[in-house]
Ligand binder design. Sequence first.
Ligand SMILES: O=C[C@H](O)COP(=O)(O)O
Length: 214
Amino acid sequence: MFVLVNLKTYPCDPVAVAEAVRDVDDTTDARLAVAPAASHIERVAETGVETWAQHVDPIDHGSNTGHALAEHVADAGAAGTLVNHSEQRLKLADIDGAVRAADRADLETIVCANNPAQIGAAAALGPDAVAVEPPELIGTGTPVSQADPDVVENAVAAAADVDPDVSVLCGAGISTGDDVVAAGDLGAGGVLLASGVAKADDPKAALEDLVAPL
Ligand SMILES: O=C[C@H](O)COP(=O)(O)O
């Protein structure tokens, strides 16, 4: 299972969480990675943890003030990027452009979507993976894999119909090892989570619980 921890802009210490992710990654067969805010990518990547960007824009080098260029993200140490997170929605053409930009910079891609229908569309754009996240469950602590299993199963089926090579993650409310196991049982290849680790009093203990059954 791939466990990707999105730090969003939570007021945690990104390097401390990154070090915890790195250390727990060394103890498990699961693949762990962290997605800090753009301005923290370099410091987080220097810890040795697998580092992802939260977003890249569908742009090339040039006159793009305030945008996230895929090459800059890669140069800072990111191995991949989220695209179209629920909190950073893009138009369809811009999702396509962002995936192309990430490909150009050799970044792995996960395109996020709200529901199985959107997952099918996202998979058609050729990312490495897609992530289904019902927005109403994000940050609630109510795990999508247990509260809304049909969403996960239908997303897995929708992606497989389009491209069996596109892996499917699920996210929203995931915070325990049981939630991760439930996601895997529904066919997900990983989980995308944030508050369960970034807002935990002890992020390392939260991560250890997440991977314990894997
Ligand atoms: O990127 C992560 C997702 O939005 C899930 O957030 P959450 O784990 O706080 O529900």
